[in-house]
Design a protein around this ligand. Sequence first.
Ligand SMILES: Cc1cc2nc3c(=O)[nH]c(=O)nc-3n(C[C@H](O)[C@H](O)[C@H](O)COP(=O)(O)OP(=O)(O)OC[C@H]3O[C@@H](n4cnc5c(N)ncnc54)[C@H](O)[C@@H]3O)c2cc1C
Length: 406
Amino acid sequence: MTHEYDVLIVGGGLVGASLACALGARGVRVAVVEAVLLRSDQQPSYDERTLALAQGSRRIFAAMGLWEELRPGVTPIHTIHTSDRGRFGFTRLHREEEGVEALGYVAPARVLGAVLGPRLEALEAVDLICPARLRHFQVDDQGVNVTLDLEDETRVLRGRLLVAADGSQSRVREALDIDTLQWTYGQTALIANISARLPHRNIAYERFTDTGPLALLPMSEGRCSLVWTLRDEQVDEILHLSDADFLARLQERFGQRLGRLERVGSRHAYPLSLVRARESVRPRVALIGNALHTLHPIAGQGFNLGLRDVAVLAELLVDAQAAGQDIGELALLQRYADWRGTDHRRVIAFTDGLVRLFSSPLSSVACLRDAGMLALDLLPPAKRLFGRLTMGRAGRLPRLARGLPL
Ligand SMILES: Cc1cc2nc3c(=O)[nH]c(=O)nc-3n(C[C@H](O)[C@H](O)[C@H](O)COP(=O)(O)OP(=O)(O)OC[C@H]3O[C@@H](n4cnc5c(N)ncnc54)[C@H](O)[C@@H]3O)c2cc1C
């Protein structure tokens, strides 16, 4: 028996689940195929990491009617403080200068999962098929057939459009033989929750050190979320230090802005790379989120970029469906690809450029960094552009990103 839908989404992680919530609320019939139970400790998308959400992402979630549920679990960022360890350059960005309630919000991925999961289950138009894995798919003129492996059966779904939201190692992308541009940074992000003696005062600290950037983001209960980028060869040692030695090493890197660093929670490591698919659409297939672009977390942009993919794709699909058009048609999907292209290029160049600039040990580059940070601090237009980029406000915005209903 074949089950019929409008849109088949492979991957119910942060991005795939967000798209399903947006479409399902407008009555688009969606199947979400997810390999790992959303409430499982092993869920790779809703794991221990915390995400800096841009203002643009808050607007998208608000327009989807999810922000009020998310709000109690997120912490607003009032100030971003960026500095270079051992050098004089630093820059600060304040919410007052940008005229916003917060520059962004820090959201544990598990909090997002705890809101997106139940919403998916509550939407009548959405079927969550989980745990289930994509086995293969076949595209024809009218639609796409997807064959799944469930625990004790094989199931075939039919839809008019297949959306690949299956992360960096996307099976859908691979099956279509879509080429990628990719490189590893030789760096690994180590994450953990930290408690410090002084209150964080809702300041997000980004500190560039000679081994890579280190971020401490404000969290609930006075804690900070650490994202510490290390060279691959350092990770094992630092991951296995005693808590006291770990905190001492971190203190030496971060300095005294939060007073003594007193406690550290469990530590997790993520090897970092850039993966960018060279095509974002094929007939009846669209790629979104990490399946399309996986970024270094240096500027906290990956999920924000993926959520903007969601906002654009959802708008085009809902409008096309309302106009009686075929939502799998390549011309429509190409509009999605064209609309998203500039934002992708800009954010990838910005993120990758930051990694390279701040990972260079050359003193001439360090001077340039200092000058750059001071210029950013002193020149309002440069600072505003930086603010708009990091808050997700640059470029042409879809309805959801303007806070309007889909
Ligand atoms: C250390 C770190 C810090 C970060 N910080 C930030 C930040 O501050 N701000 C920010 O915006 N972004 C941040 N990111 C990036 C963010 O985590 C990603 O952009 C986001 O997780 C992408 O979500 P996704 O749903 O596209 O992919 P994923 O999270 O990879 O989810 C993919 C889903 O697809 C499922 N799946 C895979 N294959 C199959 C299959 N064959 N069949 C069925 N299901 C399948 C998986 O189980 C998973 O649930 C950070 C990343 C890291 C590593």
